[in-house]
Design a protein around this ligand. Sequence first.
Ligand SMILES: [Zn+2]
Length: 118
Amino acid sequence: MKRHTSTWMKRQFEFENCAECGGDERDHEETELLGNPFAHCRVEIYDNGGETFDRFTIILDDDYVFGMSENPFHPQGFSQFCGQLSYDELSAVACRKGIKKTFNEVPEEVARAIRDRY
Ligand SMILES: [Zn+2]
């Protein structure tokens, strides 16, 4: 999915990444908030600390849920689309699945596997 990145978006992340998700312009969607441009995080990453094999739960575009192991590109790793959930279901998943993390706090492979999805 190739998206147009505006000059405004590029400027938002020219000198620092997003405080909330740790991502840059690739990881955001330009929307509008109270009449002003706003960079909305496309990804939420939850980490259960290794309690289960599908350690990371990824919510993409507030809608699509993925499960990933620590090594999603390994033949014995795991990176799978789990479905599209309603808002209430997503809230339940997010609560269950551990601590919210940024791109900088997860293994490089996991960050790459997430970005492969868009
Ligand atoms: Zn963000």
